[in-house]
Design a protein. Structure first.
Lengths: 862, 151
């Protein structure tokens, strides 16, 4: 990479920089005339005589001459400001483009680092480099050349003028320059050093904060919060100290400049005054020189602040870029090359040595051969070199000496397009990407877009724009919206077959039941697949019939019926008989929607709900007033938390004191209403709901349906014949509630649902629905074992010639043994290299290689 | 039935006789109200007990395992508490309970009952008194049985 910022700027934006300079210079005469014209207007048009005047062959009397000049002035104002606007936008755009290029280059370099390099750097340091640290560079690039050139030119012109008036005065004008030129860089150099320190310090802080977040359970488990806090506090002090010193110097430089600039007139008055008195200089010339000097101060100031900015931005650029140039970085072709060779043949390690930089990460002079299509176990405990040998075979790391070959091809020389597609590797620590299960399943097939999308209209225009921008900045121009899944590599014809293949593999690794459960809990967009929704509705119907026929089941459930109150559901659900379209919205939050408030007020329900809420709050306060906060009783059983209790106490006091003038605030009323809406009669049994009220709520449903649900997109009515997308698939299947007052009702009814799902062949679509389950940040919503199995399916889907599994299903139990047999069966005819720590596991494979302390100690040929 | 009626019923349970009303209301509130239909099992001998049952309505048969299969040894009726041994000490259920009619039952989970005891020591005292009485009676019965056996 370009080591200096200016080289980077010049290399990638020389033409644009010159253009900016040209426009800047061109704008100078306009601003000049703009300054001169008012004088002309006052002196010539307003106070002048000898009218009419002739301009361009037209005759003008005084008024129309004034109008002409003023219109000309207006035109110049527009032109000059328009030009400024254009130039600013142009500079900004150039800066952003260069910034994009720089950031992209940096990111791509990160991808080109060799794996061992990542032991030395942390994401906490890299992230701020790519994001915030280079930010200032973008703002600077537009000014990089034009500003010094233009302001320097101005300075020279003004100086020339002064020198022409009198060389001595000229010398006086620049008398402070040598001093400034000597002192300021010295001071600035120290500022540069300090800025470097500051940047590095901030990086360490970012890194420490990131580490604290990842390791937060350890911090709590070891009571080390104080230690970490002190550490950060200390770094922050360092930061303060550095900044304070920078400020000191920066403002001292400023002070010095201002002082020097104001000192120079002193010489003017002294020397110029002397010259005038002596008669060597006219008074007019002295005044002109003083005026010119005032104009000189502007460019000089600009140049000095430019100088400070350059040194600041340049140091930032260098401190970033120096981290992205490790000597052993992969050539860019390794990432970008499309050339894929077929990895046919035996895998061979020839006198391979490797060192990861620490003991236990080494391999000494390993030579081995694994026949194509055979299975081989690499056996050895952690630190024996097992992981290293497997990563070498996958082409993930490079040997220090020796060669790793497949069919005679040196892996070191192959591009990722070959290695990443024809070798599947799952290591001990798998990474699951933030996204859906589907994203993760098919991740190993996303090498390049497999087709182009037909675009038209605005979409095409926007796409072309995106392309041209990418071209400007040497970014990749692959289409993110195009299909990326490499169906051919997976050995399937279409997406449907790919799904089926994934399902089959999920079954073989035993992940399918998990995905099924996730599927039941997930929400389905029926617009994507309307037959599925219909089938669910059919099961719902059948389930309802079965429940109606079987008295045992009907005793366990309360289904939604529009003319019946559901005691196992909350008052909110009972009253509104609709669910919010936004699945993340809680039912009691609904009351805050304006339409709902209007409805409650119109139906005169708000007062009644408020009364119910008040009664609930009274009971809660009475029951729990004497219970200590740490008993946990309140949290489990009440719908009020310990913290809220005093607040409700206050509300009740207010509500009861009839004399109190202000009464309950709106907010308090809302709180009571929400409390009432949260109540589930069968669970809470507070006896605050009479039959009259129940009847009233059932009647209100109809009005709510008409007045609110039909008009608002915020709600979906509960209707036995409609699929409700905001409910989970499971809730859609059982159209009601398991009774809360029957023992194990939920589990028992779940079993019935499961069996009906199986009978109706719905299991498969539900598993597919589970494909869209979001796995959380880095798969945090999956268990460790689920994550590993998912990674295995991902690797198997790649259908690679060589599959390398490290520390996967290596247990001695029956389950793992079976899993290994299944894996061998699945991959028969292809090369499988299996890393395990136990020698007995190794016996199951055709070939076994045992490692100890980085050396091959035992080998059984196939 | 609401909290108030449950409290009425709880008051009739000997164990809770001396306890004031607000605490009974709290007990009722933190319990789960369950309905059991005739023939349904409340608990099974040998499994781990995690709750006690307070019968509000109906009755249940108490069965124990014998070599000849399950045999009814007693029945429990309205206003009595069963299964409290399991929630006070960690022993498996000593008998099976089967609803003899449709029942209304309050179930108190072990954790909550213990929390309640900790929170209100007078309930603990009452529980202790009742258990001591029961122990005294059992001892007397045992003595009588032994002397009967000697005869």
């Amino acid at each position: 990479m370009e080591k200096s910022l200016f080289r980077f700027i010049w290399r990638f934006s020389a033409r644009q920089q010159l253009f900016i300079l040209l426009v800047t210079v061109f704008s100078y005469p306009i601003s000049y005339v703009l300054l001169e014209l008012p004088k002309l207007i006052v002196n010539d048009a307003v106070q002048g005589d000898s009218f009419p005047r002739e301009v361009f062959g037209f005759e003008f009397d005084q008024i129309s001459y004034l109008v002409l000049l003023c219109v000309g002035f207006l035109g110049l104002v527009v032109a000059s400001n328009g030009l400024k606007l254009y130039l600013n936008v142009y500079k900004g755009r150039l800066g952003e483009r260069m910034l994009r290029r720089l950031r992209f280059e940096l990111f791509q370099r990160v991808l080109r680092f060799r794996l061992p390099h990542f032991r030395k750097i942390s994401s906490g340091e890299i992230i701020p480099m790519i994001t915030s640290e280079v930010e200032d560079v973008g703002g600077f690039i537009g000014e990089a050349i034009a500003l010094p050139a233009y302001q320097g030119g101005m300075l020279v012109v003004q100086l020339g003028f002064i020198f022409m008036q009198d060389p001595l005065l000229g010398l006086a004008a620049i008398s402070s320059y040598p001093i400034q030129g000597y002192i300021i860089p010295k001071l600035q150099r120290r500022v540069v050093v300090l800025s470097r320190e500051r940047v590095k310090n901030i990086r360490v802080i970012a890194d420490k904060v990131g580490e604290s977040i990842t390791g937060v359970p350890e911090i709590h488990a070891n009571d080390t919060a104080a230690w970490h806090s002190s550490d950060i506090s200390d770094r922050l002090y360092q930061n303060f100290r550095i900044r304070y010193e920078i400020f000191n110097r920066k403002y001292f430089i400023k002070f010095l400049n201002n002082f020097m600039n104001q000192l120079t007139p002193f010489f003017f008055y002294l020397i110029g005054g002397y010259l005038v008195i002596q008669g060597d200089l006219s008074i007019g010339a002295l005044l002109a020189v003083i005026a010119a000097y005032k104009d000189l101060a502007g460019p000089w100031k600009e140049l000095l602040s430019y100088y400070q900015m350059v040194s600041d931005v340049d140091v930032k650029y260098q401190t970033v870029v120096e981290n992205f140039d490790p000597v052993d970085i992969y050539p860019v072709e390794r990432l970008t090359s499309e050339e894929a060779v077929s990895l046919e043949g035996d895998l061979e390690l020839k006198n391979v040595s490797f060192s990861g930089g620490a003991a236990g990460q080494e391999l000494f002079d390993a030579t081995l051969k694994i026949k194509e299509g055979s299975t081989c176990a690499i056996v050895g405990p952690d630190g024996s070199g097992r992981t290293e040998i497997l990563q070498l075979a996958a082409g993930l790391v490079s040997p220090v000496s020796g060669r790793v070959e497949i069919g005679g091809q040196d892996l070191e020389k192959l591009a990722a397009a070959t290695l990443g597609r024809q070798i599947a590797y799952v290591g001990g620590a798998v990474h699951i990407w933030t996204g859906t299960i589907r994203d993760n399943l098919f991740y190993g097939l996303r090498h390049r877009p497999t087709a182009e999308i037909e675009r038209e209209g605005d979409d095409l225009v926007e796409y072309k724009r995106r392309l041209s921008e990418a071209n400007f900045t040497k970014n990749l121009i692959l289409d993110l919206d195009a299909p990326w899944n490499d169906l051919e590599a997976a050995g399937v014809r279409d997406d449907k077959a790919l799904n089926a293949r994934a399902m089959e593999l999920l079954k073989t690794v035993g992940l399918e039941p998990d995905v099924y459960r996730l599927g039941l809990q997930s929400r389905l967009d029926p617009t994507l697949n309307d037959t599925f929704a219909d089938r669910i509705l059919a099961v719902r119907q059948a389930l309802a019939t079965r429940i109606a026929e079987d008295p045992k089941l009907s005793g366990l459930t309360e289904l939604w019926q529009v003319d019946h109150f559901n005691n196992s559901a909350s008052l909110a659900e009972n009253l509104f008989f609709a669910v919010p379209s936004d699945a993340d919205m809680r039912m009691d939050e609904v009351s805050a929607i304006p339409e709902v408030r209007v409805f409650l007020a119109e139906q005169k329900l708000d007062k009644k709900l408020q009364d119910i809420g008040q009664k609930i709050a009274e009971t809660m306060v009475e029951l729990f007033a004497n219970v200590s906060g740490d008993s946990g009783l309140l949290g489990t059983y009440s719908f009020i938390t310990q913290e809220e209790l005093p607040d409700y106490e206050r509300i009740i006091r207010l509500a009861k004191s009839a004399s109190a003038k202000p009464g309950l605030a709106d907010e308090d009323k809302m709180k009571l209403i929400r409390l009432a809406l949260k109540m589930v009669p069968a669970r809470h049994r507070l006896g605050v709901l009479d039959d009259e009220m129940r009847k009233e709520m059932i009647e209100a449903r109809q009005t709510f349906l008409k007045e609110v649900v039909d008009k608002s997109p915020d709600f979906e009515a509960i209707d036995p014949k409609v699929y409700l997308p905001s409910l989970t698939i499971e809730d859609n299947l059982l159209f009601g509630r398991a009774r809360v007052d029957r023992r194990d009702a939920r589990q028992r009814i779940d079993e019935v649902i499961r069996s009906m799902v199986e009978e109706n062949g719905l299991r498969e679509p539900i598993v597919y629905a589970g494909f869209d389950y979001h796995v959380g940040v880095s798969g945090s919503r999956l268990s460790a074992s689920q994550r590993r199995r998912l990674a295995v399916v991902r690797a198997l889907l790649k259908n690679a010639r060589v599959t390398i599994l490290d520390d996967i299903a290596t247990g001695l139990g029956e389950d793992d043994k079976k899993a290994r047999a299944v894996l061998r069966e699945l991959l028969s005819g292809r090369t499988l290299i299996f890393g395990a720590s136990s020698a007995t596991v190794g016996d199951e494979f055709e070939q076994k290689i045992v490692l100890d302390q980085g050396r091959i100690v035992e080998e059984r040929e196939s | 039935m609401s909290l108030e009626t449950e409290v009425e019923a709880l008051r009739k349970v000997p164990l809770f006789r001396g306890i004031d009303e607000t605490k009974l209301r709290l007990l009722a509130f933190i319990s789960d109200r369950m309905e059991f239909q005739e023939g349904e099992r409340l608990c099974t001998q040998g499994e781990e007990g995690d709750s006690a049952f307070i019968i509000l309505q109906g009755s249940a048969d108490v069965l124990v395992q014998t070599p000849d299969g399950e045999r009814k040894v007693a029945d429990v009726k309205e206003n009595s508490i069963v299964g409290e041994i399991a929630i006070l000490c960690d022993v498996p259920r000593t008998a099976t309970l089967i609803a003899a009619s449709n029942m209304d039952v309050l179930t108190v989970s072990k954790d909550d009952f213990l929390k309640l005891l900790k929170e209100f020591p007078d309930i603990s005292l009452e529980v202790m008194r009742t258990l001591a009485l029961r122990l005294e009676r059992t001892t007397r019965d045992l003595a009588a049985a032994r002397s009967g056996a000697v005869d």
